[in-house]
Design a protein. Structure first.
Length: 151
């Protein structure tokens, strides 16, 4: 049985305001129940993973190629910032971006929204994200670690 050990996805405006974005954290109860607690647009949403951990991990494997990468678009000022830390079994995925996104960022969001019913954030704009993806510069950063994600 696979195990999710950490999940933190944060997507905010340039000033770390989450009232129109995402923040999330994994919780494991003493009884062994596993869930991700989201704040979406400042409102709580709980995704219970207890019976679907293996399925969630399989869906999130699209994130593997994001590991140790930074996605930046320096053509945008005062845009958004995001970071991700996902640990499962013996795998760790750590990535972040500033106004830039991986090419499959919308696929990741669609899985959260369509399969797991996570509400959309107000700052989500598919047209804007697609435009930013075109101008994203990808930097491999082997020194990214989880503490650097949440400044």
């Amino acid at each position: 049985m696979a195990r999710v050990k950490a999940f933190r996805f944060e997507w905010t405006d340039a000033w770390h305001n989450i009232s129109e974005g995402f923040d999330s954290i994994l919780e494991t109860s003493e009884s062994g129940e596993v869930s991700i607690q989201f704040l979406v647009n400042g409102k709580p949403f709980q995704l219970n993973l207890t019976d679907i951990e293996d399925e969630f991990i399989e869906d999130m494997k699209i994130l593997n190629k994001w590991n140790k990468r930074e996605y930046n678009n320096f053509d945008v000022l005062d845009g958004t910032m995001w970071s991700l830390h996902f640990t499962y079994d013996s795998s760790i995925i750590v990535a972040r971006g500033m106004n830039g996104f991986p090419s499959n960022f919308l696929d990741f969001l669609n899985i959260l929204h369509q399969k797991y019913n996570v509400p959309k954030a107000e700052l989500e704009d598919e047209k804007w994200i697609k435009q930013d993806i075109k101008h994203t510069k990808i930097v491999e950063n082997p020194n990214i670690d989880s503490w650097a994600m949440y400044l």
